[in-house]
Design a protein around this ligand. Structure first.
Ligand code: ADP
Ligand code: MG
Length: 250
């Protein structure tokens, strides 16, 4: 198992955002998280990738304990362990989060140099290899603003992959894109799934989730309401809240 999260709780002020979330992700598995806006999906990904801290719960990533709860309080691991865990995970955001003043190539090269301490030449050849894979080799010298949203997102995915994560998280990777650009991103994610990349994908693309995910999780109001194979969740829906949510997409 690459990820095991147990009884996660998180609140912002008086708002309880994650109520009692537990999930597991196995190696090579693709998990899709669906649910209405405000249900806590992004917060969950941010907690799993250390961009936020949980108030309570346990998280284990690739066999390393990130946080556990002792006497009702979340206790995080030491700096070294937390840093090691950061290296195990990658996150692709809705809005790409590329450095606008860096070229495409520099975005991917610097990440490797800064995060992994890889030498420039080696980082460059890895970057070019990934740009080739993303069909963007000829845009290496371009700046993000010169690219379409779909191209920028493919660069962001290449940058995440350059750091060799064991688990890749996506937070609504297509929702900032025009509909005609969504397909190219879904195609990239689909090919990563075929390569058995372990992925957790928050998405509003229901047919994509149905197609690509091994397991689907429906979240609403900070809890996991329903979870199962795509067939179970989409075609044999049990919970009324899930049914109401899915209705909006049909
Ligand atoms: P989703 O991604 O499912 O749309 P979010 O995780 O973004 O949901 O948000 C869940 C709830 O947490 C929302 O009510 C949102 O307003 C609140 N929230 C998220 N981040 C913060 C924050 N940094 N400070 C305060 N409230 C937040
Ligand atoms: Mg969100």
């Amino acid at each position: 198992m690459l990820l095991k999260a147990e009884n996660l709780q998180k609140q912002f002020g008086n708002t309880i955002v994650l109520k009692d979330i537990s999930l597991e992700v196995n190696e090579g598995e693709v998990v899709a998280i669906i649910g209405p806006s405000g249900s806590g999906k992004s917060t969950l990904l941010r907690c799993l990738t250390q961009l936020e801290k949980v108030d309570k719960g346990r998280i284990n990533v690739c066999g390393k304990q990130m946080v556990e709860t002792i006497q009702n309080k979340a206790v995080y691991a030491d700096y070294k362990t937390l840093h090691d865990i950061i290296l195990d995970v990658g996150l692709v955001f809705q809005n790409f989060n590329l450095f606008p003043h860096y070229s495409v190539l520099k975005n991917i090269v610097d990440a490797q140099m800064n995060v992994l301490g890889i030498a420039k030449d080696k980082a460059k050849s890895k970057a070019m290899e990934l740009l080739t894979k993303m069909n963007l080799k000829d845009r290496a010298g371009a700046y993000p603003c010169e690219l379409s949203g779909g191209q920028q997102q493919r660069i962001a995915i290449a940058r995440a992959l350059a750091l060799n994560p064991r688990i890749l998280f996506f937070d609504e990777p297509t929702s900032a894109l025009d509909p005609e650009l969504t397909g190219e991103i879904l195609k990239v994610i689909r090919s990563l799934a075929e390569e058995k990349m372990t992925m957790v994908i928050v998405t509003h693309e229901m047919s994509f989730a149905k197609d690509v995910a091994d397991r689907v999780i429906f979240m609403d109001a900070g809890v996991i309401v329903e979870e199962g194979t795509p067939d179970a969740v989409f075609s044999n829906t049990i919970n009324q809240r899930t049914k109401d949510f899915l209705q909006r997409f049909s």
